[in-house]
Design a protein around this ligand. Structure first.
Ligand SMILES: *[C@@H]1O[C@H](CO)[C@@H](O)[C@H](O)[C@H]1NC(C)=O
Ligand SMILES: *[C@@H]1O[C@H](CO)[C@@H](O)[C@H](O)[C@H]1NC(C)=O
Ligand SMILES: *[C@@H]1O[C@H](CO)[C@@H](O)[C@H](O)[C@H]1NC(C)=O
Length: 261
């Protein structure tokens, strides 16, 4: 039987090994290579391209070192809750080029809390708040174990659209508002975007992550008064181009839907 002492020795030996694994991982980051070291809860993930299409055979888990290279796309966190309707937390990656950046997006919905830190700049995207545990806030639309983002990529429910509705700057509902500003909760909620300054990220999944993002809640009232033409609905969702990143534009993208990917 293992003594407490031998277990302690084992733990003492394991801790530096993990630290080495993390620093070896992060050391591989460069201006043309993004790397993520995953910590926290180990859950499954899929990659999706920047159009939102799941990439066949791209599944993995949130554990250890992930090489992104120059990959511009989405990491969908957790098990897909439904064969068709996806409402998972997304980490968007865009390691190189003029719009290089990362962000956590709850536009489709919330599966797990995710927070990532750029290890050089110490900037954060996402937040570790477990939204299910926020008192007074209830999920309006469950999809399996996830909560569906009410505004979606179009910023407003199709049923609630009118000529004067804001399609991308509406306030989030009470379930999502605690993290508005730290993660995308509506398409213009771009305070969560961090520049790909070092491309060396540590991401943590779940409730036991140490980082609380000071931006969390800062945009819970929405970001427009609906007076600006650009923030109003300018087409029906159906007639808008399909080619669209899940966040509105952020610093990646130029305003103008045809250019948004
Ligand atoms: C990826 O999916 C396949 C098929 O479902 C599964 O066998 C495999 O274990 C998954 N890999 C990871 C890392 O989850
Ligand atoms: C937080 O939420 C989870 C998932 O719904 C639940 O299992 C857990 O008991 C909650 N914790 C607290 C402290 O409320
Ligand atoms: C963020 O969105 C606002 C609209 O709410 C926009 O005015 C601003 O330019 C955007 N910021 C960036 C960096 O794209």
């Amino acid at each position: 039987m293992r003594s407490v002492y031998s277990i302690l020795l084992f733990l003492a030996a394991a801790a530096p090994l993990l630290a080495d694994e993390q620093s070896d991982c992060l050391a591989q980051a460069s201006t043309t290579n993004g790397v993520i070291y995953w910590t926290g809860q180990e859950v499954s993930l899929d990659k999706a391209d920047s159009y939102g299409g799941i990439m066949a055979g791209s599944n993995g888990t949130t554990k250890g070192c992930m090489q992104l290279g120059q990959w511009d796309g989405q990491i969908r966190i957790g098990d897909q809750p439904h064969p068709v309707k996806d409402s998972r937390t997304i980490l968007e990656t865009n390691p190189v080029g003029q719009w290089a950046s990362y962000d956590v997006s709850y536009i489709l919905g919330y599966s797990h809390a995710v927070v990532c830190q750029d290890t050089v700049q110490k900037t954060l995207t996402g937040d570790s708040t477990n939204l299910w545990n926020v008192s007074g806030a209830t999920c309006e639309d469950k999809n399996g174990y996830t909560c569906v983002g009410p505004v979606g990529p179009w910023g407003v429910h199709a049923s609630a659209m009118s000529e004067t509705s804001c399609w991308n700057c509406n306030p989030p509902n009470s379930f999502f508002s605690p993290v508005a500003g730290a993660a995308y909760t509506y398409p213009d909620d771009n305070g969560s975007v961090i520049a790909a300054s070092s491309n060396a990220l540590v991401c943590c999944v779940g409730n036991n992550c140490k980082w609380k993002n000071p931006k969390a809640g800062t945009t819970k009232a929405g970001t427009c008064t609906c007076n600006s033409g650009a923030d109003k609905r300018d087409a029906t969702p159906e007639s808008k181009p399909k080619k669209r990143h899940l966040h509105g534009h952020g610093i990646h993208k130029v305003r103008g839907l045809s250019e948004v990917i």
